[in-house]
Write a protein that binds this ligand. Structure first.
Ligand code: 8YV
Length: 329
């Protein structure tokens, strides 16, 4: 009998997904709930036919240069693939796939939650009561005033699946939808969202009340919201990020909120996860979440199913459905 291809999975996944992987493949699972060390990652690429990494595995040129001849597929458990050096993978004829679509709605929900939470001071109010503080003496006309989102301008940076799902929700909350994207989206989509396209990111930033980052992190979007661009925002503007921390200059953002040059931020992702800039942690105008955008059980099971379909299709000799091409990013 021929040997079955070895599938190495770097992170502990929900039980149902692990059971399926074991049934279908010669799957080597990580039974501990922690990322692989760099040495473990290198050992894995040397041996595996298929590697299933996540956002916490840095598969850079140095790691890929150690890949064994059998490694033919990197089936990322996740949509963002900024942890994988796509050019080196392509040069070594290693196919990369991801799990698009199945975490769109969950991530858009979390984005909307932050768009609501920051201007309405939701975590500030909740934390105050739970802390047992006696600051709350009952209702007062001037107590905990935040800002209305209805009628305000939301600028979405990156109008892909998630950006559009955010726009649908935001429209229902009465926000005016604006967006910047490499390409203008189809006119029927634009029309149904009543969305205004801005070719110039700089010009859009200057006019928005809330900015939502929904683009991938690529060499082209690293620090897209640089200190210079953040300074274009109105001091009353809020920034929400459920994409990747690297898209924003996190130090500049933290400094500007501290200096009242920006009104606040809702952040689910950070530049150096799991580290979070202490200024952001301290500032009550910043709502922080530990990378939970897609963290639903349903989403994780769907992501696992996508990974499985990609591996199975590939091992059956066909093009996997969610192949990532460097040009897509
Ligand atoms: C995933 C994410 O959980 O899919 C993504 O891009 O950021 C997360 O929500 C993570 O990437 C898993 O690899």
């Amino acid at each position: 009998a021929t040997e079955r291809p070895l599938v190495i999975v770097t992170r502990k996944l929900p039980d149902v997904v692990e059971t399926r992987l074991r049934e279908l493949f010669d799957a080597r699972l990580n039974l501990e709930d922690r990322p692989f060390t760099r040495d473990e990652l290198i050992a894995a690429v040397k041996e595996a036919h298929v590697l299933v990494p996540t956002v916490t595995d840095r598969i850079d040129r140095a790691v890929l240069s150690q890949a064994g001849p059998d490694l033919k597929l990197i089936a990322q458990f996740g949509t963002g693939v900024d942890n994988v050096d796509l050019d080196t993978a392509r040069n070594r004829a290693i196919i990369v796939t991801n799990t698009p679509g199945v975490l769109t709605e969950d991530t858009a929900d979390m984005t909307m939650a932050l768009i609501l939470a920051v201007p309405r001071r939701l975590t500030e109010g909740a934390a105050l009561l739970k802390s047992g503080s006696d600051d709350w003496q009952g209702w007062s006309p001037t107590w905990m005033l935040g800002h209305r989102i209805y009628g305000k301008r939301l600028g979405i940076v990156g109008m892909g699946r998630i950006g559009q799902a955010v726009a649908r929700r935001a429209k229902a909350f009465g926000l005016q939808i604006h967006y910047h994207n490499r390409r203008r989206v189809a006119s029927d989509v634009e029309k149904s969202l009543e969305a205004t396209y801005w070719d110039s990111l700089d010009q859009m930033l200057a006019r928005m009340d809330i900015i939502s980052i929904n683009c991938p992190h690529t060499p082209a979007t690293y620090h897209l919201l640089s200190a210079r661009r953040l300074a274009l925002l109105k001091p009353s503007a809020y920034v929400v990020n459920t994409a990747r921390g690297e898209v924003i200059d996190e130090n500049a953002l933290a400094r500007m909120i501290d200096n009242n040059e920006l009104a606040g931020a809702g952040l689910d992702v950070f530049e150096h996860e799991p580290a979070v800039n202490p200024k952001l942690l301290r500032n009550e105008k910043v709502v922080v979440l530990p990378h939970m955008g897609s963290a639903t059980l349903e989403g994780r099971v769907d992501m696992g199913e996508k990974v499985i379909v990609n591996i199975k299709t590939f091992l059956d000799g066909h093009a996997p459905p969610d192949r990532v091409h460097p040009a897509m990013f």
